[in-house]
Design a protein around this ligand. Structure first.
Ligand SMILES: O=C(O)/C=C/C(=O)CC(=O)C(=O)O
Ligand SMILES: [Mg+2]
Length: 219
């Protein structure tokens, strides 16, 4: 797959989220560690790139940022063996899995889907595509997130419970993975944001992102 994958977020493929893949995040939400990957989907309409603000979804009173490593798929596959999984990776991206935590808490209590909490417009800000060759070990990368300059999240991808080859293999047993799909690999921790805040994130010395948060009305 060529390095010219920059516009993957505009090509409209699916986003598969992995939840509770870091012990610290599961613990801070009082959630059990999953025995198999906990999956959810975000529609491609949730993608935004730098320059477009994150809009607090209508009625949301607790919007959280989750800084995550995104894995961008480059080769189609179903039932991908773990040993071959990395051949399906085109590259990576630094992403924010924005989560309407209040919507999610209601859904968790009622046992209903997380779609509204995860899949709203602007809920998946991403940075630039990073070709696979630029990262020798995706399981040893520092991740950080600041809000208005104050550090809110700091973690390392080495702490993922389920590693990338296993995630690709597991997901592809249920959803065919296609070029330009993206897997959000989970977050180390989370915090909330408000209208007017500026979120910045970093992935080792490879990528940085910056997004402004606006209200439901767009200001
Ligand atoms: O309620 C929970 O335990 C987890 C909530 C999430 O939003 C999961 C994630 O997206 C994540 O762990 O990254
Ligand atoms: Mg997440």
């Amino acid at each position: 797959m060529s390095g010219n994958f920059v516009k993957f977020a505009e090509l409209g493929r699916k986003i598969v989220g992995v939840g509770r893949n870091y012990r610290d995040h599961a613990a801070e939400l009082g959630s059990a560690i999953p025995e198999v990957p906990l999956l959810f989907m975000k529609p491609a309409t949730s993608y935004i790139t730098e320059g477009t603000p994150i809009k607090i979804p209508k009625g949301c009173t607790s919007l959280h940022h989750e800084i995550e490593l995104g894995v961008v798929i480059g080769q189609k596959g179903t039932d991908i063996p773990e040993g071959n999984a990395m051949n399906h990776v085109a590259g990576y991206v630094l992403a924010l899995d924005m989560t309407a935590r209040d919507f999610q808490n209601v859904a968790k209590q009622k046992g209903t889907p997380w779609d509204l909490a995860k899949g709203f417009d602007t809920g998946c800000p991403v940075g630039k595509f990073i070709p696979k060759a630029s990262i020798s070990d995706p399981h040893n990368l520092e991740l950080w997130c600041k809000v208005n300059g104050a550090l809110k999240q700091k973690g390392n991808t080495k702490d993922m419970i389920f590693k990338i080859p296993y995630l690709i293999s597991y997901i592809s047993q249920y959803f065919t993975l296609e070029p330009y799909d993206m897997i959000l690999t989970g977050t180390c921790r989370c915090k909330w944001v408000s209208k007017g805040d500026v979120i910045q994130g970093g992935l080792a010395n490879l990528a940085e992102i910056k997004f402004k948060v606006v209200g439901a009305g767009g200001s």
